[in-house]
Structures are given as C-alpha cells and as structure tokens.
Design a protein around this ligand. Structure first.
Ligand SMILES: NC(=O)C1=CN([C@@H]2O[C@H](COP(=O)(O)OP(=O)(O)OC[C@H]3O[C@@H](n4cnc5c(N)ncnc54)[C@H](O)[C@@H]3O)[C@@H](O)[C@H]2O)C=CC1
Ligand SMILES: CC(=O)C(=O)O
Ligand SMILES: [Mg+2]
Length: 549
C-alpha cells in the first residue's frame, strides 16, 4: 500500500513527504530522513538534467522523472521552459520517437491495437479514470510524425505524451485528467518491422474499412467513457487526418492539431505581419509549399480570414497558390487529393510558365506570383534556396517567410540565412525554436510558429467551457488572441509571443476561446467570469496535502 504512493507519479512526493505524511501513509523507513522542499528537489533534478550528455539523454531523463513524480517534472519544466520545451517536445521529441523501442522503460497512457478492436473500451477503462475525470485525450496513429514519417507505436505514444506535457506546461491542463493514446494500426516502417526490440504490432499498416472501424471504435468508446473529454488527433497521414476530423467534428469536440492548431498559429503570425507591413490581408499573395495536412489546413484558415477581411470566397481562394511534389497544383492533374482541389489553378493560368521534371516548380511560382507570404510545410529541408528567397524579396518590401516544417533538419530555410539574404527585411518564424539573428544592428527575434503556441490555450478554453465541439470561430478567436499579444512596433521583434510567456498566452487564448464557445451556444457550462474560471482551472506544479489531490 505504502509502496503504491511512491510508485504513483501523480501522488509521489519522494523526499518532500512530511514526517507526518510518512507516518500516516506507512512510509516510515522507506525514504531517506531528510524532508525536502519542492525547490530543493527541483535544484537536484536540474543538476542531474544538466549532467546528461545529449539531448536524447535529457529527454529520457525527463521522461523517467515524469514517471516518478509529475509535480517535480512539471515544476522543472515550468522553471526552465525555454531550455526544456525543445527537449520534451519539438525538436528532440523526434529523436526520442525514433529511439522509442530502444529507450523503452515504462508504458505511459493507453495502447490501442487494431488487432483487438473489441478490447478498446476495456483498455481505455483500464486507465482507471471515471466518467467526469478526463478533460483531454491526445491520440495518434503515427503515420506522419512531425516531418519524419511513420514511427509506429513509439510515434503515437511519444508524440501524444510530448503534446500533453506542453498542454500542462503551457496551459495548466491537469496531468491527472488526460490520457495519451497510441493507436497502433501497424507500421510500414521496415526498420521498425525488422528491429527485434520494436514494441509495436509487427505488421504493415492496416488501411481501409478495418482502419475506419478501429478509429470509429476509439471515438465511440472514448466519448462513451469520458463524455466531457476533448479528442485531440495528432500526426495522422494526409489520407486520414482531414477525413477523420470531418467525420467527427460535428458530433464531438474533435480537434486536429496539424490542420487546425497549425492553421491558427500561422494565421496569428500572418495577422501580426500584416500589422507590421501595413499590407491588408486581402491583398496578400500566399504560396504554400507542401500541400498536405498542415499546408492546406493553414490555407483554409488564411482563406477564411481573407473572406472576413472583405473578399468573396473564390477570389480569396485564388490568392493562395499551393505547390507539392508534382509542382504547382493545377486542376488538370489526375492525382490531386480532394482537399487540395479548391486551390488547384486553372491550366490556362500557367500556360507559358516554365515546367521542370515535376511540373511548375517553386522558383517559377515565386517568380510569377511574387508572393508576399511563403509558407513551408513540405518536410523538404532547405527547399527555400537563396535564389528563391532573393527573388521573393526583390518584389516585396517585407516578405513573410515561414519555414515551419519540423524537426530542425526539415526546415525549408534557416532563419539566419533568410534574414541575411533579404538584408533584414524578411519577417520570419520557424516551427522549431531558433536563436535570435543579429543583422545590421537589429536583433531579429525568431517567433516559433508551432501549434504548441496555440493548442494548449485552445484546449484550456474548450475544457473550461466544456464546449460541445470545436468551431472555426473558436480557432479564429485563438489566432486573433495570439496576434493581439505581438509587439509590432519594435524593429526585429518576434512575429509571435515568446515561449517564456506561454502561460500568459494560453490563458489569454483560453478566455477568448471559451467566450466564443459561449457566444456560439457550444458551451456546456455557464461562463459567468471566464477570466477567473480559466485561472481557477489552471493546474500548478505544487504539492497538495497527501490525503486528497
Ligand atoms: N510548425 C508546426 O506547428 C507544424 C509543422 N508541421 C510540419 O509540416 C510538415 C508537413 O506535415 P504534414 O502536413 O502533417 O504532412 P503531410 O504528409 O500531410 O504533408 C506534407 C506534404 O508535403 C509534400 N512534399 C513532400 N516533399 C515535398 C517536396 N520536396 N516538395 C514539395 N512538396 C513536398 C507531400 O507530398 C505532402 O503533400 C512536417 O515537417 C511537420 O513537422 C506540421 C504541423 C504543425
Ligand atoms: C508541430 C507539429 O504538430 C508537427 O510538426 O507535426
Ligand atoms: Mg503534429
């Protein structure tokens, strides 16, 4: 019994158990005599963290700490947000995912298997949480983890845990009220299938009807067991991400982070850029390079924002050019995905444009379109070459360049290069954290255009309002709240709020989102004082008396 407390990371305080608590819980003699404060424990843990030799080792260390003591883990993360967020999340989480089966120590969350669809409800129930005990479930089938592709069970488990750590660090989502879920449908990653340490299902990805039935069984069981929970979908492949969201969004609070969270954060960055450059949103020309889940998710939110800025839907859509592996998307292409089709250009528009081996390439699109915004969601590291960036900058005073593919090696361009190539005129944000760039006496702070800057607040607002579903209006409110917090007056200031301010940003976003949910009739609770309700809902990493959390 006593051992259970020390073994439960949500209850364990280690050496911070008081003598009284030790006596009451039967822990006498099971801990060294010193009674420490959380501060003292955090100082020790930070020293241990610093002594880890690599970022991966740091990630493994923090994971093990979280498995022992959630409060201490989150306290450390809160105290060292800028240093540790890149370790538990983007970009090191990618490294951790690749090494999941080799570094595996303990399970975290729930693992659902496509080979046991009938066992889904039982497995979710085994998490040991009751009907009103769950605010949020993050699930991933790991087909497109960040920009690194299919990483099977470790991808699902790793990204769900990483996203949830950010929910708590950034928005105070209670770590006792969440479940990370790995949806294991197999993997097409040969390296995993042939690795004898791989801990997932050892067969190819299941697709088609059985896959759909599995996802359906997951959503049904999750909503039956935890009717208040928001369902966050992460890193599904382009053939499934949008399809799944569209299927469930009207019925449950389903959220696709790659489409919707990324769309909101990029919209926020573009709204901030509009305020800096003075060129209205409806006059922007936007090139989206990488027309997948994120790219088109972003395009949709930018289009909708241009409509709000006064354009009709069709002319707004026409201000966005989408480029993928087959070049500029055109309506005579036989292999377009249905969600790409609205952005395909009429064939006659590009008559006379230079064609390469793979259609009209990015360089030609930039030359012809003269974009004001260039967005990278392609996974193609280095694709925004000096020539392309300079061609863009030759036509536009303040080019907005957003190479947001993750992790680091997938970035379409490095921010220091972009600033240099444009002589400091570019407005840049990247998906991974980046150091400030000094140029010509100005310090350019590089904003992190990562959905982590917005989904925690969006989730908190959804949780506080108990929103029935997540609407476009709620996403818009989130984006506008973020954009409203940006300093647009100081030369070189970041296009997005700083990571250190993430809790303030999340609280502000949450209030805006909860209010919008209430206005749209989606809230399931009364929002008398949303500012206070959001504050009250934010979990703090501090020890509670051992009797009750
Ligand atoms: N910063 C952020 O918050 C986020 C960043 N991303 C990043 O965006 C990237 C894409 O993610 P998803 O949209 O989920 O993947 P996805 O697989 O749905 O989309 C990627 C698209 O890029 C295309 N592509 C691949 N190579 C290309 C090339 N050489 N040239 C042109 N197009 C190419 C693919 O055909 C596909 O349509 C990833 O690197 C991911 O990390 C995704 C979500 C959020
Ligand atoms: C950040 C994120 O969600 C991605 O790169 O997929
Ligand atoms: Mg993602």
């Amino acid at each position: 019994m006593a051992r259970n407390v020390l073994d439960d990371p949500l209850l364990n305080k280690g050496t911070a158990f008081t003598l009284d608590e030790r006596a009451r819980l039967g822990l006498d003699g099971l801990l060294p005599p010193a009674v420490e404060t959380l501060d003292e424990q955090a100082a020790r843990a930070y020293g241990q963290f610093r002594r880890q030799p690599t970022d991966l080792a740091k990630n493994v260390f923090l994971g093990a700490l979280q498995d022992r003591n959630e409060v201490l883990f989150h306290r450390l993360l809160a105290d060292h947000m800028r240093e540790m967020l890149p370790i538990v999340y983007d970009p090191t989480v990618a490294e951790a995912i690749k090494n999941y089966s080799h570094e595996y120590r303990r399970p975290r969350g729930v693992y659902l298997s496509i080979d046991d669809i009938d066992g889904i409800e039982r497995a979710l129930g085994n998490a040991g949480l009751g009907r009103g005990d769950v605010d949020l479930i993050v699930a991933s089938d790991a087909e497109q983890i960040l920009g690194i592709g299919d990483w099977g069970v470790g991808g699902g488990a790793g990204i769900a845990a990483g996203k949830l750590a950010v929910y708590t660090a950034a928005a105070g989502i209670d770590p006792a009220r969440v479940i990370p879920v790995a949806l294991d449908v197999g993997t097409d990653n040969e390296a995993l299938l042939n690795d004898r340490l791989y801990v997932g299902l050892r067969h190819a990805r299941v697709r088609g009807e059985r896959y759909d039935a599995f996802i359906d069984a997951y959503v049904s069981a999750a909503t039956r067991l935890f009717p208040e929970a928001m369902l966050h979908f992460e890193d599904f492949g382009p053939g499934n991400a949008r399809r799944i969201l569209e299927k469930y969004t009207g019925r449950v609070p389903a959220f696709n982070d790659d489409m919707q969270g990324t769309g909101a954060i990029v919209l926020a960055a573009v709204l901030a850029a509009v305020r800096i450059s003075g060129t209205p949103l409806r006059e922007q020309r936007i090139v989206v390079f990488g027309a997948g889940t994120a790219g088109i998710g972003i395009a949709d939110q930018l289009r909708d924002a241009m409509v709000r800025d006064g354009l009709d839907r069709e002319p707004a859509t026409r201000r966005i050019w989408a480029v993928d592996q087959q070049g500029l998307l055109c309506d005579d292409m036989p292999d377009l995905r249905d969600f790409q089709r609205p952005y395909a250009r009429p064939g006659d528009e590009v008559a006379g444009w230079a064609m390469g081996g793979s259609g009209v390439g990015l360089a030609e699109v930039v030359r012809r379109v003269r974009p004001t915004v260039l967005l990278g969601t392609s996974t193609a590291g280095g694709a925004f070459t000096e020539e392309i960036v300079k061609a863009m900058a030759a036509e536009v005073d303040r080019p907005v360049i957003l190479p947001i593919s993750n992790p680091t090696e997938r970035m379409e361009a490095r921010p220091d290069d972009v600033i240099r190539w444009t002589d400091g005129r570019a407005l840049v944000a990247t998906g991974v954290p980046a150091d400030p760039v000094e140029h010509d006496g100005v310090t350019h702070v590089i904003g992190q255009a990562n959905n982590a800057m917005v989904y925690p607040g969006l989730g908190l607002g959804t949780v506080v309002s108990r929103a029935r579903r997540i609407s476009d209006g709620m996403l818009q409110a989130a984006a506008e709240a973020v954009a409203g917090m940006v300093d647009v007056a100081t030369p070189g200031a970041s296009l997005l709020p700083e990571v250190e301010n993430l809790r303030i940003v999340s609280a502000t976003v949450a209030v805006a989102v909860a209010r919008r949910a209430a206005e749209e009739g989606l809230a399931r609770v009364e929002l008398g004082n949303p500012v206070q309700q959001v504050q009250d809902a934010m979990w703090e990493p501090a020890y509670r008396p051992a009797d009750g959390r």
